[in-house]
Design a protein around this ligand. Structure first.
Ligand code: 8P2
Length: 459
């Protein structure tokens, strides 16, 4: 079933036309671009603490300055307007709004985001607000953070402050960004803030993140904002077995259940994937029957973050799932991730078919490459342009198959603080000279501007 005109002849060109009103955008996150983490009454986040702890971030980089967006936000909105984006996904730093995570609101912090929203609307750019993109207030981590069941109420209260103060202008809300990374990288592997290596805590974080999401959705519904839409952003890595042996196929099923279904199933079906509950049986958290109803509070859209796939083999005693990812031949990004555009089509179709055809937004897709300006100052990032083009083609294929994909946010608007990699990995379609803070639209950014203007791809 096609949607819109799939391929239209335009002279000798063939266009892949996207549906009218398709939202082309870019995405960022507070700690990765803002800088000024403690300005105007903001409290320290777990990433402020983590990055200031020696050894946690490559090169000792921190988010103290980042892209200085907290001060340069007006110019950055002008930049977004130059790119012609229709929508901008950004996150709000919880500790800027509630410095202690609970209690008193920091009006300065709230005012920053109010000004940013007003400037976006003035520029005819639709704000998509992520309530949580990993910068938990440090004071809540002191109480156990995501491993403390009370966090669900703290998060819902924080979300409700923002619904009340920005809900008249912001109509698209994302509760959590990649809760899988929050639990797995932050509480189980310790590679991200808060740097815990505790399976017991990590699995409770999984459940409490889902509870927090559900409680925020219920708080949103209570506000009765008919124009409002709320969803969650999940990260996915479609796993392919390294061989057709039953062991490798079972390994891929385990990886699929843990990486792709751990949050999706409870939200859409009210149940955790059985293979995972069985796998972690001794450590699995106690849950209440009533939790399911909170977690599966209906959402209006699902945000999909896709970068690559994993080819997985059975590896006894290796890692959490006794699996190992096998590097594939062919092109990879600077993150060491295989470039596998077909994985985006496979993923979108699977979600569409297996979870009741939800409205989808690609809330992140992009690539890191070694970008350098040439002597003229131009950044010819053809590898990123090709990566995006190939993935846009797959998104178009999915729409042609009836997937209700309504927008695409490129990660990222600009080069930024790439978590434990610091500033060593550049994902932006805009180059940032972190010394001078000069922004330069890369070749991929200029190309993306054309895609948006045509709402489609030329072959
Ligand atoms: N790594 N990487 C790039 C990108 C990261 O910069 C985002 O903050 C995350 O939401 C997600 O992991 C994807």
């Amino acid at each position: 079933m096609g949607v819109g005109k799939a391929l239209t002849q335009k002279g000798s060109e063939r266009m892949r036309q996207f549906p009218q009103g398709f939202l082309w955008g870019c995405a960022t996150a507070s700690y990765q671009i803002e800088g000024s983490p403690l300005s105007d009454g903001a409290g320290p986040s777990i990433w402020h603490r983590f990055s200031h702890t020696p050894g946690n971030v490559l090169g000792g980089d921190t988010g103290d300055v980042a892209c200085d967006h907290y001060r340069r936000w007006r110019d950055d909105v002008v930049l977004m307007r130059e790119l012609g984006i229709r929508a901008y996904r950004f996150s709000i730093a919880w500790p800027r709004v509630l410095p202690e995570g609970r209690g008193a609101v920091n009006e300065n912090g709230l005012a920053f985001y109010g000004r940013l929203v007003d400037a976006l609307l003035e520029a005819d750019i639709i704000p998509f607000v992520t309530l949580y993109h990993w910068d938990l207030p440090g004071s809540l981590q002191d109480l156990g953070g995501w491993a403390n069941r009370d966090v669900a109420g703290w998060f819902a209260d924080y979300a409700d402050v923002l619904f009340g103060r920005l809900g008249d202008r912001v109509h698209h809300w994302i509760t959590l960004n990649e809760p899988w990374c929050v639990a797995h990288l932050g509480y189980i592997l310790g590679q991200h803030a808060p740097g815990m290596r505790d399976l017991w805590a990590g699995l409770r974080a999984v459940h409490n993140l889902l509870l927090a999401h559900g409680r925020a959705v219920l708080a949103f519904r209570q506000r009765n904002m008919p124009e409002g839409r709320i969803g969650i952003t999940l990260n996915f890595r479609p796993p392919h077995p390294g061989s057709q042996s039953e062991q490798d196929r079972a390994a891929a099923r385990r990886a699929h259940a843990y990486h792709n279904r751990l949050f999706l199933d409870p939200i859409f079906t009210g149940r955790y994937p059985d293979p995972i509950v069985q796998w972690f049986k001794d450590s699995w958290p106690e849950t209440l029957q009533s939790d399911q109803d909170v977690i599966r509070a209906p959402i209006d859209f699902l945000g999909v973050n896709y970068y690559t796939r994993n080819v997985v083999v059975h590896a006894p005693g290796t890692g959490l799932l006794h699996t190992r990812v096998i590097r594939q031949p062919g092109p990879h990004t600077a993150m060491g991730w295989e470039i596998y555009p077909e994985g985006l089509f496979e993923l979108l179709l699977w979600i569409h078919q297996a979870y009741g055809s939800p409205v989808l937004y690609i809330t992140e897709n992009g690539a890191a490459f070694e970008d350098r300006p040439d002597p003229s100052g131009t950044v010819r990032d053809t590898d990123r342009l090709d990566y995006l083009r190939q993935h846009f083609v797959q998104a178009h294929r999915a729409i042609q198959e009836g997937v209700r994909l309504q927008g695409y946010f490129v990660w990222s608007l600009m080069d930024n603080f790439e978590w434990a990699h610091g500033y060593s990995k550049r994902f932006g379609i805009v180059y940032v000279d972190f010394g001078s803070q000069k922004r330069t639209i890369k070749q991929s950014g200029h190309w993306y501007c054309g895609v948006i203007a045509r709402n489609g791809l030329e072959n």
